[in-house]
Design a protein around this ligand. Structure first.
Ligand code: CDP
Length: 588
């Protein structure tokens, strides 16, 4: 439905300069000449009132006016933001509010081109798409109807890539795709090297789907079979270690492909009777069934720190009570978004209605640690990560349970893992996901996702040709508090990004205000694993490596990710040739 009229006295949101630029360029509604006809206040009221209006369809629904004000306050205090399509499209004719979709690609001309078309529809509506190409017959396999030979997954991916190039996502950003191919597909070697040339498949992130069987073969230095999906025949066998080493080398060279652990993802598939999970959304944090969609939202953890000095590793300064209330409000918000959203395909509408997945996650984690004076690369920080995410998941599930008593469980509940284990009933088949928050974190003015800061101060390219210099506010405040602040120092930090080597600064500052490049790479992974332990879906995280990192480092990271229970891992070696498709504010 349409937004409610703007009530009197609604406070104007306080925007940081970057947020102002981003909102105007991408989020405010515009007329045919590209001139915005809504203010940021109208934007957030539009979203709040449309999402709150969904209460009307439930017998035990809340008062939509009061709830809309609560949602407005929740967003404009930069405590929580829903994913970009919700901000852009709530209350519009398009009305598509989810960021994440997965589409099947069947092994037929019709199936392949249906998927191309469906992806275009989703991109147009502002969503990103993931595909598994694992069902396609390999290149050079016979095509019965014509007596010719098949082109194979990588060739067809180029068609998806070109189609994506031509459709601006929701009219504002280029579409994003994930392609996954199983490691036992006969074209896997071609897939692993598919992005080795600059700009090749530039609208795709690639991940190889690793199986438990493959990982065991790597461990025991055995061969494994490549199987043609259309007839189940073994085409060839390969040495698992050689394939693993090739994966490592390509990731070292270009950052692509990443890896995902498919069996592990399916072990956590809450509704196996509805099908197997073959792919994730573009940034990897949301595994989904074919034709499923999911909307995400992120809490800004930087807003939950109480003043004072910590005596027990930070937990005493987390505002748990406020976090609890906020999580409950956010789950209600995201569940309403499902009802408020219109999906571009009937099949998707039906799938979403069955599982009602939502993905509540966090951003501002590095900001929280800075305020608590805990170094990101420390045991205490990793322990706090577990505590915080464990709490959020427990409260999100309890909120979902509460909604189930008011509105009924998700329709696939009975045959789901929860139903069989008598755990529910829940309103949502999943409740937690940690998204990259590439743009959301700019709007909220916080650090992105669970990433450490890239630099304490830097110049940011915002979209085409605007640049903005910014220093992390907690860093700046700490400098002022210790009397170390000077304009000259700030200029120096903007150049190098880090204070690691600035001997003249207090030791505690240098230890606390670490950046991605200052720390041992394994800390990235320890942090990812800590959040993953208490996240239903997956955690978006890039393990950033210095340029000097070796292939051995990457091999260790991949293996460790497997051992620590991560669902996948992406590495990026500074200065390696490829530019990632998306996911950091700087690059969008
Ligand atoms: O911050 P924002 O809500 O814009 O997005 P994000 O947290 O960086 O990304 C979350 C998800 O949105 C991605 O995994 C994609 O599914 C989708 N996305 C997309 O389709 N296109 C983009 N340019 C960015 C994100």
């Amino acid at each position: 439905g349409p937004a409610l009229p703007l009530p009197d006295g609604l406070p104007e949101p306080e925007l940081n300069p970057n947020a102002e630029v981003v909102l105007e360029r991408r989020y405010l509604r515009k007329d045919g000449h590209g001139t915005p006809y809504e203010s940021p206040r109208e934007l957030f009221w539009r979203v709040a009132s449309v999402v709150a209006a969904q209460e009307q369809q439930y017998e035990q629904g809340r008062n939509p006016d009061e709830l809309a004000r609560q949602f407005y306050e929740l967003m404009t205090s930069w405590t929580f933001l829903p994913n970009s399509p919700t901000l852009m499209n709530a209350g519009t004719e398009l009305g598509q509010l989810a960021a994440c979709f997965v589409l099947p690609v069947e092994d037929s001309m019709e199936g392949i081109f249906d998927a191309v078309k469906n992806a275009a529809m989703i991109h147009k509506s502002g969503g990103g798409t993931g595909f598994a190409f694992s069902r396609l017959r390999p290149s050079n396999a016979c095509v019965g109807s014509t007596g010719g030979v098949a082109s194979g997954p990588v060739s067809f991916m180029k068609i998806f890539n070109t189609a994506t190039e031509q459709v601006k996502q929701g009219g504002t950003r280029r579409g994003a795709n994930m392609a996954i191919l199983r490691v036992d597909h006969p074209d896997v070697l071609q897939f692993i090297s598919a992005k080795e040339r600059e700009n090749e498949l530039n609208n795709f992130n690639l991940s190889v789907g690793l199986t438990e069987r493959f990982m065991r073969a790597v461990e025991q230095d055995e061969e494994y079979a490549l199987i043609a999906p259309h007839n189940g025949k073994t085409v060839q066998t390969l040495k698992a270690r050689e394939v693993f080493n090739l994966l490592v080398r390509k990731a070292w060279e270009s950052g692509d492909p990443g890896i995902v652990f498919l069996d592990r993802i399916n072990r956590d598939n809450p509704t196996p009777e509805l099908g197997e999970i073959e792919s994730t959304n573009p940034c990897g944090e949301q595994p989904l069934l074919p034709f499923e969609a999911c909307n995400l939202g992120s809490l800004n953890l930087g807003r939950f720190v109480l003043p004072g000095e910590t005596a027990n590793g930070g937990a005493d300064l987390v505002d748990w009570e406020r976090l609890r209330e906020t999580v409950h409000l956010c789950v209600r918000f995201l569940d309403n978004v499902i009802d408020a959203s219109r999906y571009p395909l009937q099949r998707i509408t039906e799938m979403v209605a069955k599982t009602r997945k939502i993905g509540l996650g966090v951003m501002g984690w590095a900001d929280m640690l800075y305020q608590l004076r805990l170094p990101y690369d420390s045991r205490r920080a990793v322990e706090l990560a577990e505590k915080v995410m464990e709490f959020i998941r427990a409260e999100a599930r309890s909120a979902s349970k509460q909604l189930a008593t008011e509105r009924g469980p998700f329709p696939a509940y009975d045959n789901s893992l929860f139903g069989k284990q008598n755990l529910g009933p829940y309103r949502n088949a999943t409740t937690t996901t940690v998204a990259p928050t590439g743009t959301l974190s700019i709007i909220a003015g916080c650090s992105s996702g669970v990433e450490p800061l890239f630099a304490l101060s830097f110049t940011r390219n915002v979209m085409d040709n605007d640049t903005l210099t910014e220093a992390n506010p907690y860093f700046e405040q700490a400098l002022r508090d210790t009397g170390a602040y000077s304009e000259q120092l700030m200029r120096e930090v903007a150049r190098t990004g880090t204070i690691r080597d600035m001997d003249h600064l207090p030791e505690e500052l240098r230890r606390v205000f670490v950046t991605a490049m200052d720390m041992e790479p394994l800390w990235h992974l320890n942090m990812q694993a800590a959040f993953q332990k208490y996240t239903d879906n997956a955690v978006s995280k890039t393990v950033n490596l210095p340029n000097e990192a070796t292939q051995d480092h990457i091999r260790d990271i991949y293996w460790k990710a497997y051992e620590l229970g991560c669902k996948g891992v992406t590495v990026y070696r500074s200065g390696c040739k490829s530019v990632q498709v998306l996911c950091t504010g700087e690059k969008q």
